[in-house]
Design a protein around this ligand. Structure first.
Ligand SMILES: [Zn+2]
Length: 257
């Protein structure tokens, strides 16, 4: 059984090639590398072309919302089609950092929900302290037709249930390994296992025992183990179900070698 890192930023790692090799050694068979603007979506596309088992998304992060333009949407759409992107994103709302005006963040999120519907691709959603708006926008736009993942899920059990009933999955990061994350460890038990994905969000959010150091796809193994422990089921089962979940959501090929 191979694990899948469903949310990595390979282009932000110091040595992506070395990290890719270490991921393979650690039993991470597939990696989804995520775009945050046009340039990083292009770099993600390059990785997906060059590295077996790496797949890309194309999108505009809410913190980069001021880069939006009609040309950018046309470029992202063309890129998604030519490189067989597996999702649109990461897109969403970030009311914590507030690096772009909120009304613009919402406009840019809507544009990407439409792009995902247009392309028939799932969404990779970023939600930081914007739970209500993210949920409302997903619900009102018909986004359940394509579904997706709310990555690095940080809401409560009520939000988790609402997202799951809209057809969305929840991405679990290294945060689940942190001492203070009792709430998250309790929450995952209330979510159907078929709706959970594991991810690193590398180079950010390193799991224990690497907290404070740069994260990389190989470390998703620690998140996987912490999730299994929280759920009280075997690491084998959690690995094979979350891997199947990722393959189903992103239409990834079956690869064990
Ligand atoms: Zn990310």
């Amino acid at each position: 059984m191979k694990l899948i890192d469903t949310h990595a930023h390979l282009d932000l790692l110091d040595d992506p090639m070395a990290a890719f090799e270490r991921a393979k050694q650690a039993g991470v068979g597939q990696i989804i590398t995520v775009g945050i603007d046009l340039e990083s979506s292009r770099r993600a596309a390059d990785f997906s072309r060059d590295l077996l088992g790496v797949f890309c998304t194309v999108g505009l992060h809410p913190s980069e919302a001021t880069k939006a333009s009609p040309d950018l949407w046309a470029e992202l759409k063309l890129l998604a089609l030519t490189v067989s992107a597996v999702a649109v994103g990461e897109c969403g709302l970030d009311y914590y950092r507030d690096r772009s005006p909120r009304h613009l963040q919402r406009e840019v999120f809507n544009a990407q929900i439409e792009l995902a519907l247009d392309l028939g691709l799932p969404l990779v959603v970023h939600d930081r302290e914007a739970h209500k708006d993210v949920l409302n926008m997903l619900a009102k736009s018909g986004a359940e037709r394509v579904g997706g993942v709310v990555h690095c899920f940080s809401g409560d059990a009520v939000l988790a249930e609402e997202l799951v009933s809209l057809g969305f999955s929840l991405g679990i990061t290294g945060v689940i390994t942190y001492k203070k994350s009792d709430e998250l460890r309790a929450l995952v038990k209330k979510v159907p296992l078929t709706k959970l994905l594991i991810e690193t969000d590398c180079p950010y959010l390193s799991p224990e025992p690497y907290r404070g150091k740069p994260n990389e796809p190989a470390y998703v193994t620690h998140t996987h183990e912490a999730l299994a422990k929280a759920l009280g089921i075997s690491a084998e089962e959690v690995g094979s179900v979350t891997t199947d979940n990722a393959r189903r959501l992103f239409s990834l090929p079956y690869m064990e070698e």
